[in-house]
Design a binder for this molecule. Structure first.
Ligand SMILES: Cc1ncc(COP(=O)(O)O)c(C=O)c1O
Length: 399
């Protein structure tokens, strides 16, 4: 048999972050002293009270299928979370629980897009957005932003990018990969443009809790009931509660869209794991101190990594206001020679770092930002210092 894979797969790449992580893990398994700044996950353990809730659910035999979109108690906890922390009012039928925020986004595009429909994405973007849109037969429309503008999109460019085929615009603040937090004023400028264009707004708030600025968190749905009525807010437990492996995310938004996403989920994964749903109630309704403790630690590590990066010649890094990524500009290193060969781009730079310096740093190119690297500071001070030492060693060998 000549196996023919679906045409839609041809336009899609495997996740660059997941493949670099796999390479780092494989080298570690062979005994190499790899330092990984590639992971998109906190290095803390899941808080005890959340683990206890999962154990209690298991012991109580809560191990059967649940309603596809989540158990009512969890939906209530999510509704309460939105009210308490985001000043947003949703009815339970406007909420869906999925197998991670990624899954909620995937279901949204499957429910929303027809061939040729467009989704506006600001670059640098999370690697999965364009490919999830393509997997739903949609077309990503990319709007560039720059470090010089602190990654804030220009409303004029947004106006130009919108068309009769635009079905959605994605916001992600704090951002993966830049760590930038969109200031309220900038968001208002973009919202003004969007008020004249009828499309869905997607607010991916997965890094909401990981911020190092004092201003209150704001998303596009907070800017007025007209915008809130057409926003899908996506969030999850992975980053705030150090629960990446548990796979639980959720979304809230227009009732018809949630119903469409539920149909996709009905016919694919069904419900998120039953015991994880019980743990999610404990996460969203329980004590907040573990999150605050983690944020404090990330804040100090961010300062350490930014300082270390800016001390390396040819590397410059803006201070990220959120998430756990530094996104240094390494453009000055590209074109220099390493072992006699010119470095052609961030992908090659990342390959040299992992192969010759056992340092995993994700190239900017798959995030739509050539000339940058993404380094996670969700790791110990000791590893940050050691890893930056290796980067510095590499730079000293360039000609
Ligand atoms: C920007 C962004 N959105 C969504 C997700 C999805 O997270 P999860 O599926 O673990 O909830 C991630 C994970 O890396 C992310 O970086």
């Amino acid at each position: 048999m000549t196996l023919q894979l679906a045409r839609r797969l041809k336009a899609v790449k495997p996740s660059a972050t997941l493949s670099l992580n796999a390479k780092a893990r494989a080298l570690s398994a062979k005994g190499a002293d790899v330092l990984s700044f590639a992971a998109g996950e906190p290095d803390f353990d899941t808080p005890e009270h959340i683990k206890d809730a999962a154990k209690a659910a298991l012991d109580a035999g809560f191990t059967k299928y649940t309603a596809t979109g989540g158990i009512p108690e969890l939906k209530s906890a999510i509704v309460e979370k939105f009210k308490r922390e985001n000043r947003l009012a949703f009815a339970p039928e406007q909420v869906i629980v999925s197998v991670g925020g990624k899954h909620a986004l995937f279901n949204c595009f499957q429910a929303l897009l027809s061939p040729g429909d467009e989704v506006v994405i600001f670059a640098p973007y999370w690697v999965s957005y364009p490919d999830m849109v393509r997997l739903a037969d949609g077309e990503p429309v990319i709007i560039e932003t720059s470090a010089a503008d602190r990654w804030t999109p220009d409303p004029k460019e947004l106006r130009r990018a919108l068309s009769s085929r635009t079905r959605a615009v994605i916001f992600n603040s704090p951002s993966n990969p830049t760590g930038s937090v969109m200031p309220r004023k900038a968001l208002e400028g973009l919202a003004e443009v969007l008020r004249h264009h009828d499309c869905l707004l997607i607010s991916d708030d997965i890094y909401e809790r990981l911020r190092y600025v004092n201003e209150p968190f704001v998303n596009v749905a907070n800017l007025g009931p007209d915008l809130a009525a057409r926003t899908l807010v996506v969030n999850g437990l992975s980053k705030a509660y150090s629960m990446t492996g548990w796979r639980l995310g959720y979304a809230a938004g227009p009732k018809e869209l949630i119903a469409g996403m539920q149909t996709v989920q009905d016919q694919s994964t069904s419900n998120a794991a039953s015991i994880v749903q019980k743990a999610a109630i404990a996460a969203l309704s329980g004590p907040d101190e573990p999150v605050q403790k983690m944020v404090k630690a990330f804040h100090a590590r961010r300062d350490r990594m930014v300082k270390g990066l800016n001390a390396i010649p040819g590397v410059s890094c803006l201070e990220p206001d959120g998430a756990f990524y530094c996104f240094p500009d390494v453009g000055q290193l590209i074109g220099k020679r390493y072992q006699g060969q010119p470095i052609t781009g961030s992908v090659q730079l990342s390959e040299i770092l992992i192969d010759d310096f056992l340092l995993a740093a994700v190239p900017g190119e798959p995030f739509g930002a050539e000339g940058f690297l993404r380094l996670s500071f969700a790791t110990s001070d000791e590893k940050i210092d050691k890893g930056l030492g290796r980067l510095s060693d590499f730079v000293s060998k360039l000609q």
